[in-house]
Design a protein around this ligand. Structure first.
Ligand code: DGL
Length: 271
């Protein structure tokens, strides 16, 4: 069986790449819903519906043992419902310990990291910030923490166009209200934002910790696998990786090779 990674588009490849680098022996299938991206400005119901279809495809057509939802918007808006409704309906528990399949998101590992600080600023898509899920999850772990959030919608298209320089004034605009609160950490709550990490570092200065999912998610997933041998024992170890997308364009091909690697070409699938 494989490890599935789901995202609304190609941004999740930045996380998929570092997950694969951390655990190269496993087989990976990435599914990017490039036909319906972006999810960031869609309703809760639509994000759930689309995410459920993607996750269902990875489990049923690709025989994944576990699916990581790399998309923050989908993690914020759909993960809980997928875990509480979709999984028990489609893969009822066989024993009392663990479900047969599992779905994890990127939001909880990020929240765990944020909870270590006193004051944290978060940027994400409009959907992620409006859902307030980051704040709710972080406060469960650290009720005293001060959290400030800002949506940064323009950054996704700028990352896909490779526009680091053009993004600078927008990064300043989005980060300024967060920096006014003097945070000790800034969390990048969207798949695409690691692309701007060095620009963000220049703006926030050396002392502020940047919480970036391409660094923390592989680490947390590795720890999760160590605690769950019942999952890893089901995983094939052929070092294989495939990238599936729901629409192929020149840009999707370009970003796949830039953000994941030249050795894997995207394949078109229908959900
Ligand atoms: N993958 C999305 C996220 O991490 C960004 C792109 C989108 O809006 O679909 O929130």
């Amino acid at each position: 069986m494989k490890i599935g990674i789901f995202d609304s588009g190609v941004g999740g490849l930045l996380i998929a790449k570092t997950i694969r680098r951390a655990m190269p022996k496993y087989d990976y299938v990435y599914l990017g819903d490039t036909k319906r991206v972006p999810y960031g400005n869609r309703s809760h119901e639509t994000v759930y519906e689309f995410t459920k279809e993607g996750v269902d495809y990875l489990f049923k057509k690709e025989n994944c043992a576990i699916v990581i939802i790399a998309c923050n918007t989908a993690s914020a808006r759909a993960l809980r419902e997928i875990q509480q409704k979709y999984l028990p309906n489609n893969f009822p528990r066989q024993g009392r310990d663990e479900p047969d399949r599992n779905v994890l998101g990127v939001l909880i590992p990020t929240a765990e990291e944020c909870a270590k600080y006193k004051k944290v600023g978060i940027i994400g898509t409009t959907g992620t910030i409006l859902s307030n899920t980051f704040s709710v999850e972080i406060k469960k772990l650290n009720s005293k923490i001060k959290i400030s959030q800002n949506s940064a919608p323009i950054l996704v298209p700028l990352a896909e166009e490779g526009e680091k320089l053009l993004a600078k004034p927008f990064l300043v605009k989005y980060l300024k209200p967060l920096l006014a609160q003097k945070p000790d950490a800034i969390a990048l709550g969207c798949t695409h934002y690691p692309f701007f990490k060095s620009e963000i570092r220049k703006i926030v200065g050396k002392k502020v910790k940047i919480i970036s999912q391409d660094e923390i998610v592989p680490k947390k997933l590795k720890e999760y696998f160590e605690r769950h041998p019942e999952i890893t024992k089901k995983l094939a170890k052929n070092k294989m990786a495939r990238i599936l997308v729901t629409d192929i364009t020149k840009n999707v091909e370009k970003l796949t090779s830039q953000w994941f690697g030249r050795d894997v070409r995207p394949e078109l699938v229908k959900l």
